[in-house]
Design a protein around this ligand. Structure first.
Ligand code: PMT
Length: 400
């Protein structure tokens, strides 16, 4: 299942050099499964052609001439009413002023008046135009009416100057769109705490004991929970991944730091999903200077790390549902069942890591969901995002 399947987005594109980024945004939203209806203003068409958007969305792109075509009397109403989100990116100072004034002199602004969906705006313009009191007043008016405004951000501007005025990057805007479109999903009103990635345990300032976890499964859980409407906190060990837009993000390095972060965020959470590969041991005395080869082979003495899940399960005010993961290369079910019981969990995701296409680092996973009532659900090979959706659906059914 694609995250934005069956969602309709009207993407309004107005006359700014950032139009070229709007094509990437349209492509990203389409790849996420949304049906994207693009409306170009006349000024936008000086920068970019309808064919560009038709090519990436696979759908017709609308321009002002369509207002006067055979369906002209209903087109803006239909586009507006069918939309789940009206996203205008880039939004120029001129279009912001028109929207604030309720002016409707082109297909996009007419559609905005007819739309009942949430309005999301990504302003893009020169820094001076953005700072102008007229533009700021338009933004204040639109914000007060409930519009979500994301960006602009600081950086190089087309004028050659540097300042605030650049449109937010398409990947971030797509993230905001996911949050807005998921807001009324099945996890709306729920707080979900997710851990991801492997912990690193320092041996000295340069070296660590680490493991192969990339964080992909945990980040997919956080993103899927956001797509389903949850308020998400993601506690992550070091990874190369970008945290999902909309999640509260807590970066940690060691198991002890992860424990502290999890305990600090556990109270009041509806569920804790521990996809992290937490190191069970750490060097008991990390050297504070780099250990030199010339000093000979060192002996690294280890101390036990806290068992985070076990500790949380014994806390008053713990999350209502505790979900662990167990990456196993042999005796998958027996080992996972042992951890389910010994850690006081409601569910464990038994993760077969013996195959090339499952477990650490890869984009797919193969898991069995075990619940404390003894039930088992074996899932086929799925993307880590699909696994995340299934885990969350199961967890939600247990919560209910
Ligand atoms: O990050 P990826 O590359 O996408 O890989 C995903 C994954 C394979 C890491 C993930 O799907 C997974 O299986 N995570 C659990 C790893 C594991 O084997 O954990 P464990 O068996 O050591 O621990 C069992 C459970 O207890 C886990 O939920 C773990 O987070 C938790 N634990 C472990 C040790 C510890 N000291 N405290 C804990 O709370």
């Amino acid at each position: 299942m694609l995250p934005l399947q069956s969602k309709r987005i009207v993407l309004g594109v107005t006359g700014s050099i950032a139009c070229y980024k709007a094509a990437d945004l349209a492509s990203k939203l389409t790849q996420l499964g949304a049906e994207v209806d693009v409306i170009l203003t006349g000024a936008a068409q000086h920068f970019i052609k309808p064919l560009t958007f038709q090519s990436v969305t696979g759908r017709r792109t609308y321009v002002d001439q369509d207002l006067w075509g055979p369906e002209g009397h209903v087109l803006h109403v239909k586009l507006g009413k069918d939309a789940d989100l009206l996203l205008i990116a880039p939004a120029t100072a001129n279009t912001l002023a028109k929207l604030a004034a309720g002016q409707a002199d082109n297909l996009l602004t007419l559609t905005a008046l007819a739309a009942t969906a949430p309005l999301m705006l990504a302003p893009a313009m020169d820094g001076g135009m953005y700072d102008h009191p007229a533009t700021q007043a338009s933004l204040d008016t639109l914000r007060a009416r409930g519009a979500q405004i994301h960006g602009p951000v600081s950086g190089h501007l087309a004028s050659g100057l540097s300042g605030v005025g650049r449109m937010l990057e398409p990947a971030e805007l797509a993230g905001h769109a996911r949050v807005a479109l998921g807001a009324s999903g099945p996890l709306a009103g729920r707080r979900v705490l997710v851990t991801a990635g492997g912990t690193q345990e320092p041996i000295d300032p340069v070296r660590v004991i680490a493991n192969r976890s990339s964080g992909k499964q945990g980040y997919a859980l956080a993103q899927a929970a956001l797509d389903m409407g949850a308020q998400v906190t993601l506690v992550s060990g070091p990874t190369a991944l970008t945290p999902p837009v909309g999640a509260e993000f807590v970066r940690v390095q060691t198991a002890v730091e992860m424990r502290n972060a999890v305990l600090a965020h556990a109270a009041g959470a509806d569920m804790l999903l521990m996809a992290a590969a937490v190191a069970d041991f750490r060097p008991s005395n990390a050297a504070n200077k780099k250990i030199k080869r010339a000093e000979g082979v060192p002996t690294v003495e280890l101390a036990a790390n806290p068992d985070i899940l076990k500790e949380v399960s014994q806390q008053a005010g713990k999350p209502r549902l505790l979900v662990g993961f167990a990456a196993e290369s042999n005796d998958l079910l027996a080992n996972a069942q042992g951890k389910l019981a010994s850690k006081g969990l409601d569910m464990i995701v038994a993760n077969d890591v013996s195959a090339q296409d499952a477990g650490f680092e890869v984009d797919t996973n193969r898991v069995i969901l075990l619940t404390k009532d003894g039930a088992q659900e074996e899932l086929p090979l799925l993307s880590k995002y699909e696994v995340a959706r299934k885990v969350l659906e199961k967890a939600l059914s247990l919560l209910k």
